[in-house]
Design a protein. Structure first.
Length: 533
């Protein structure tokens, strides 16, 4: 008896150890699953962030493309204006021109060298400036030469208004000290495109002519090696400080030729501050830069460090058009400008991109945090509790199993538990094995005992349907012709209990030893969630 208990205790201890290991393994697997789920949520949030960032970059590239189109149109307008003005000068300095200037203009030029010209139908004026040396040199031809300059300035102003050019233009003599400034410095300029107005300034003085000419010639020589543009050539200069407006500008310059001799410089200037406002991003997150074809920076919408400018130049030179360049400082892209002027380069630092995505990142971060918290709380208060409850229930089942084994083994009568469906033996003690004659590897009740179960209630679907506890007597050994066992019966079978083997007082037919009989007492039971008897 003690050996049976020891073996049962050892077996159950191993079962408990296996259960504990299985519980730990299930807990690790559960935590790994929860961790994987949280990682998937983070990866999904990261993917959404990347998608939002790419959409924002594409949006900024489209804006940069629109700005490039606007600036290309502006460049085309400026160069078209110079071409048209060259034709105007060719007309008025040719045989068809030569009318005298108004007397008031002549008197003002003779007196101060400065006159304010007017044009009918145009709400703007222009300045004419002639140096003293040139006035003396013209002498008797003053009326004619001043008339040609006056009419050319009038026509140029009309052309300027027709082209909707909001910048000042100049006609500067190359061999003589005269100039026409359009519109007049005393007239304020409004630029709706950039929102930057140019305030009115005092009237010019004659020394400004030589200063303007020398400044333009110096810039042309620094860029091309010549002091005058070739015939029909238009050159973009700058940035440089314009002495007329005392601000940084870029200018486009061409020359009018009288035959093969350049006589007039035609120029128009774009203030850099107005140009920067025109091409700046709408939310001022990031920087747009205007570069020439040789990747020289003309203007940027915001000041940048020299190291960043060098990085942007290198990226623009190495990256094809409309392709994003990702670097440690940010994202760089560029769009081409018309007429081969250069590039409009966009630079978006990572911080500026995050600021532009502010509300989207906030919403995405809050949703991600809520989902992660929900997963953690669910795992903490439901999943792990279910694991613990399952472990506790299994432990209780093992403890109950241990008690069952002890009770079955310690019972002084033969006891076994049988499945109702097929009469297979689930557990039994040594005395029941001896009395029933069950084989060592057998798993079913003997056939003659099963047959006796069926005889007790032949018309009932189950032998236990006529009584909760019942008993019958059956020979310990089967007769010569044992009852036939049905292949599979859905009728319940019995848990067999033997009190004392009963011996018949009469000998068998052959006069041998008396036969042994067994008394079975059985009742239905629940064993390991199985229907048993």
């Amino acid at each position: 008896m003690q050996k049976i208990l020891d073996r049962t205790q050892e077996s159950l201890a191993q079962a408990f150890a296996t259960l504990a290991q299985s519980a730990k393994r299930q807990q690790r697997l559960y935590l790994a699953t929860i961790g994987s789920l949280m990682l998937l949520v983070l990866i999904f949030a990261l993917v959404l962030t990347v998608v939002a960032g790419l959409k924002q970059l594409e949006y900024r590239r489209v804006l940069a493309s629109q700005n490039a189109t606007d600036i290309s149109l502006l460049i085309h307008q400026e160069e078209s204006f110079l071409r048209r003005d060259a034709l105007t000068l060719d007309y008025y300095y040719g045989p068809s021109g030569g009318r005298s200037a108004p007397d008031a203009i002549q008197q003002a030029i003779l007196k101060t060298g400065v006159a304010l010209g007017k044009t009918d139908g145009v709400d703007s004026n222009f300045d004419i400036v002639v140096g003293e040396t040139t006035r003396n040199a013209w002498d008797s031809q003053l009326s004619e030469k001043l008339g040609r300059l006056y009419e050319a300035a009038q026509s140029t102003l009309v052309t300027q208004q027709a082209f909707e050019i909001r910048q000042r233009a100049t006609l500067i003599g190359l061999n003589e000290d005269y100039a026409a400034i359009l519109p007049s410095l005393t007239h304020a300029l409004a630029d709706p495109a950039s929102g930057h107005d140019q305030a009115a300034m005092p009237a010019p003085q004659p020394p400004i002519v030589s200063l303007l000419r020398e400044t333009l010639e110096r810039q042309i020589e620094a860029q091309t090696g010549r002091r005058v543009p070739a015939k029909g050539e238009r050159i973009w200069l700058g940035p440089y400080r314009d002495p007329l407006q005392n601000r940084q500008v870029v200018s486009v310059v061409s020359a009018y030729y009288d035959g093969d001799t350049p006589t007039v410089l035609i120029s128009t200037s774009l203030p850099l501050d107005a140009l920067a406002l025109r091409m700046a991003p709408p939310d001022h997150e990031g920087v747009n830069l205007l570069m020439t074809a040789d990747h020289r920076v003309v203007v940027s919408s915001m000041p940048l460090d020299a190291s960043i400018i060098k990085l942007v130049q290198q990226a623009a030179a190495a990256t094809p058009t409309r392709i994003f360049h990702y670097g440690r400082e940010g994202v760089i892209f560029h769009e081409p400008l018309g007429l081969g002027f250069g590039l409009l380069v966009g630079y978006v630092p990572w911080g500026a991109l995050a600021a532009a995505l502010g509300w989207q990142l906030t919403v995405l971060g809050c949703l991600t945090a809520l989902i992660l918290i929900a997963i953690v709380l669910t795992a903490r208060y439901f999943g792990l509790r279910l694991l613990r409850n399952s472990f506790a229930e299994t432990s209780r089942a093992l403890q109950s199993e241990m008690l069952n084994h002890i009770l079955v083994s310690a019972t002084p009568v033969g006891l076994c538990i049988v499945r109702q469906s097929d009469y297979s033996v689930l557990t039994t003690n040594a005395l029941a094995i001896e009395l029933l004659g069950i084989e060592a590897d057998g798993s079913r009740l003997p056939r003659h005992i099963v047959g006796e179960f069926l005889v007790q209630a032949p018309d009932q679907p189950s032998a236990m349907s006529f009584a909760r506890v019942a008993a019958f007597v059956v020979p310990a050994r089967p007769a010569q012709m044992p009852p036939q066992m049905p292949p599979q019966s859905s009728h319940p079978s019995a848990t067999t209990q033997r009190n004392e083997p009963q011996t018949s007082p009469s000998p068998d037919q052959d006069g041998g030893a008396p036969s042994r009989f067994l008394q079975f007492i059985y009742a239905p039971a629940r064993y390991a969630v199985l229907a048993a008897v």
